[in-house]
Ligand binder design. Structure first.
Ligand code: SF4
Length: 418
């Protein structure tokens, strides 16, 4: 492990070694629910198809909005023209599904191995199917992306497609459940901030504009490429912690309000009712969580904001906070709120981390699905980090649900013990 950084805050170190994380294809599971007239066509193998189908729990009677164009062995051997086949698959799909307005070609490990240029394919297909359908591409491959980086790659692919406007506006960036988005839209309206748009939009035609007057607020901590793409379009980021828990939500809203010159008294008045409701909801779970010792394996990149929420609002003791990547600029406000000396580990060396986890005997371990089963078999309670992406957890009204996600495995454990 490397030298601590920064000296007066958390102890940040890096590790390299074997990793255990999902690839970026997983993001399709929540992205396809958000953009309602989009379709995600993974250009990949049967393994990719199985991953998406099992992660999404496909319903037999639903018309799904994702699929896999399987690259067969003859494609891998270079015997078939993959571009021609892809054009055929896309043609058939769009003929059968006239409701699709935005088609993502999603790269995978196999498409990278055969060096299939999906950017070129997307441009060609866009020319053929525009204006009815826009075709974009991004990579969700396990070679290039982990888990939540798939959403980052998808949103970054949307940015060049956004219209230009230098008018003053707020752009909230990162997939949020519709119910959470509606709550935030109401709060921004009450604060007098507007117009407010969200990236991604709920429909292909609803994509926001961007330009020098755009101030953007990240709603998720894993959007480095998207932020860079927005910066390149002239937008400016509003530095803030993330809207997890009562405190995080207040600081996030306050940062936006300051950027838009809203008086502190108005911010206090608008946020007070939600803050009070969140406080009452959190009180119900504090007894269960206070003093409990938590270990985070690196997985979703949500680890640092979650650790901040759990330690400051729920009294949880942090043993180690692993994160696959640490964007020091985007996470600066979060790192400053962590208790001094918190062990933050960027990257992963799986065996070393498992050794430390076993030695520390945490009350709860937050990790990916692949690690949860073996740890549970060793009688160590776990929380699946993927649930934190599928469940609405941001904002005042969801603060109690967020705490409950961590309290539930402890409650279940105590019932089993009884
Ligand atoms: Fe596996 Fe790569 Fe397909 Fe992800 S993209 S499911 S890591 S083969």
């Amino acid at each position: 492990m490397n030298a601590p950084f920064p000296p007066c805050g958390p102890r940040v170190s890096q590790e390299r070694g074997q990793r255990a994380v999902f690839c970026g294809l997983t993001g399709i599971v929540w992205l396809h629910r958000k953009i309602r007239d989009a379709f995600f066509l993974v250009v990949g193998s049967r393994t990719c198809a199985h991953l998406i189908q099992s992660a999404a729990g496909v319903m037999i009677f639903a018309e799904p909005r994702f699929a896999t164009a399987i690259i067969e062995e003859r494609d891998l051997a270079g015997l078939a023209d993959a571009h021609e086949e892809l054009d055929r698959v896309v043609g058939r799909l769009l003929e059968r599904r006239p409701d699709i307005r935005l088609l993502f070609l999603v790269g995978s490990c196999p498409s990278e191995v055969i060096k299939l240029d999906l950017g070129r394919a997307a441009a060609r297909l866009s020319g053929r199917f525009a204006p009815a359908v826009r075709v974009l591409s991004y990579s969700g491959s396990g070679i290039e992306t982990t888990f939540t980086q798939g959403e980052d790659a998808c949103l970054a692919a949307l940015v060049p497609d956004m219209g230009t406007s230098d008018d003053t506006s707020l752009l909230v960036v990162g997939t949020l459940a519709d119910v959470v988005e509606d709550q935030f839209a109401r709060l921004f309206a009450d604060l007098g901030i507007g117009p407010v748009r969200f990236l991604p939009g709920r429909r292909a035609a609803e994509q926001a504009t961007v330009g020098r007057g755009t101030r953007y607020l990240l709603a998720q901590p894993f959007l480095a490429d998207t932020a860079r793409a927005l910066d390149n379009r002239g937008a400016r980021r509003i530095a803030a912690p993330f809207p997890l828990g009562a405190e995080g939500t207040t600081l996030w809203l306050r940062a936006a309000a300051e950027a838009f010159g809203i008086a502190p008294e108005r911010v206090a008045a608008v946020t007070a009712p939600g803050l009070a409701r969140a406080g009452r909801a959190l009180d119900r779970h504090r007894e269960r969580l206070e003093g409990r010792r938590l270990f985070f394996f690196p997985d979703s990149q949500l680890e640092i904001p979650l650790a901040r929420f759990l330690s400051r609002e729920m009294g949880v003791e942090l043993i180690e906070v692993g994160t696959p990547y640490l964007h020091r600029q985007h996470l600066a406000e979060e790192l400053a709120l962590l208790p001094a000396g918190t062990a933050v580990v960027e990257g992963q060396s799986l065996d070393d981390q498992l050794d430390r986890c076993r030695a520390a005997r945490p009350d709860l371990t937050v990790c990916g699905l692949g690690l949860a089963n073996p740890l549970e078999a060793e009688d160590r309670p776990t929380k699946w980090s993927i649930e934190l992406l599928f469940t609405p957890i941001q904002g005042y009204e969801q603060a109690g649900d967020l705490a409950e996600l961590f309290a539930r495995p402890l409650v279940r454990r105590s019932r089993l013990e009884v």
